[in-house]
Design a protein. Sequence first.
Lengths: 169, 586
Amino acid sequence: MKTEPNEQHTLSVLVDNEPGVLARVIGLFSGRGYNIESLTVSETEHEKHLSRITIVTRGTPMVIEQIKNQLDRLVPVHRVVDMTVAGPAIERELAMVKVRGKGEQRVEALRLADAFRARVIDASTESFVFEITGGSAKIDQFVVLMLPLGLVEVSRTGIVAIARGPEGM
Amino acid sequence: MAREMTGAAMVIQALADQGVQHLFGYPGGAVLPIYDELFKQEKVRHILVRHEQGAVHAAEGYARSTGKVGCVLVTSGPGATNAVTGLTDALMDSIPIVCVTGQVPTHLIGNDAFQECDTVGITRPCTKHNYLVKNVDDLPRVLHEAFYVAASGRPGPVVVDIPKDIQFAKGSYSKPNEFQHKGYRPKLKGDLDKVRTAVDVIAGAKRPLFYTGGGVINSGRAASQLLRELVKLTGFPITSTLMGLGAFPASDPQWLGMLGMHGTVEANLSMHDCDVMICVGARFDDRITGRLDAFSPGSKKIHIDIDPSSINKNVKVDLPIIGDCAHVLEDLVRLWRASSAQVDKKALAEWWRQIDKWRGQKCLAYRGSNDIIKPQYAIQRLYELTRDRDVYITTEVGQHQMWAAQFFRFEEPNRWMTSGGLGTMGYGLPASVGVQLAHPDSLVIDIAGESSVLMTMQEMSTAAQYRLPIKIFVVNNQYMGMVRQWQELLHGGRYAESYMHSLPDFVKLAEAYHAVGIRCDKPADVDDAIREMIDTPKAVILDCIVDPDENCFPMIPSGRAHNEMLLGDAGVSPEDAITEEGKVMV
């Protein structure tokens, strides 16, 4: 059988914010052997109890179609939109990056942070915590640069996405 | 009108308002308040099973034979975990079930309390949806929603887990019509443009085939009627999956028999060679397709299914139509009649000539015997002696199930209850309990294997309690027959643990369960034994001792294509039949 190449897709899923809904979504991925590369979830419409889940997944076109259909048939799922094919979309991630160092290394870290438009949100005499937002590649790059400058740890939100233009999902 | 009542009373009230007449269950600490309410009323009749798995299978039999939602009530912990096999079975075969489970009081949830388990966690992957109700005010909505979700769209099991304190708490009850589900609205009507395209594709077909499944049965009697109409209008051949038997009458000349791993030669070769495949309510399951890359290579595929996730799951189709079978078939029939579309009569006649040649192979033929009962013969006789009766068939899982599917011929939908997707040994006996309750005056027969039936034998006690005259027709070959067959074909005849040693005396066992036991071990006695079974107004176990070495053919060995079938006396050595790759598959 011809094996089709794997593709990365970003899915936005609008769900009822009820107990167990995230477990349902994650269980579907693990139970059917699908990949999750990134997952973010938060309530977005408080009055309607709606949460928006953004999932980055990878698979053949047939598997991606399956994932969307399987998600769509979960009872608390209202809508599934494939941001990768629905039209131009913006993807962003936020990371907090802790760097420990003294002297020239510390200055270099600050200088790079400035170039990447990362903000200092915590500082001590021997450390910084930077907040950086952007596409995943930008954050990856920033983390790589911090590595030799005393990188301690990174905390990332995972990808959130929204479509360009006036229309909602 | 809202009425004040306890959560437990709401459960019974909601069941009654949903039209539930029979509830299959087993009491326990965490559902006692609900049982107390059951005790005080007469609308809902409780059927006490002997094991919670039996409760779900009985509800499945009830649901499949009536088209209604089957209902189950079990306690927390082991009550819920015992129900899991039945729930999974119902999910795989798309059977509407509402299962109410008791739960420890809310303040004890997560404390490893006595008979506590994470019921919603455990049943999440084996239900269509489930609920843990933590507020009594949510209970009426959740209960009514459960029925809606179970029965609408692609049907399935729904669990409602109710902690004991919620059962005692008081709240206001509302009737079903006061609720509408927030978001769940399955699409019933198919896209008309696509239906129009389907009409054109059908009209252009030269070697067409209808391939139908359980979705037609689930869609209701109208779907079967419309299917018959469409098949008659077109004159096309039709085959069906195990789950779809009965949607189209087996006596009709256009019927090719079941397809798939143990399907007929004519059905499987037609699938392989057709140029237009019209799949209605079936899901291209691995038992049907065989080797995927060799599955019906030259055909244009139309796929009608209510579940979008069934489309392109295993096989890429050319024209998917998402909708309920009855709705889509209605449009298809209407548009076909309205258009001036004609089938290609000449090509069709040629196609039928080819099919008749395949039919001529008589692939279900077997070598008869005067000394030993051939299992096929036993089932054939059972069919012949019951065909004029109002009969419902359930089965267990294995060789006997496949022989039943091959040799018992169904004319109507909802008459055939079998565990197709999950393949649950032990399904048939409790299912027959449910079927008999729904159809008290009908003849209900469980075509069983001796190994399967022992898994849920205790439900004979349920049959006795409710005086259900179910007939357990045990095709006894003293082996887990299908396991033995695979060991013969795949594992050099090393029959590891598939011989059923120390079987009980089924006649005495029947008597122990207040039923009648009959044994039969000679071909000449089969008819009399079956007649005696039918004429006995009580539950019967007929122990039919059959040839232990018989294999079920035709068979598409795993990893092979439709045109690589093994036939009974084809002389293919099993070693050559199955590739190394195929051995890995189940």
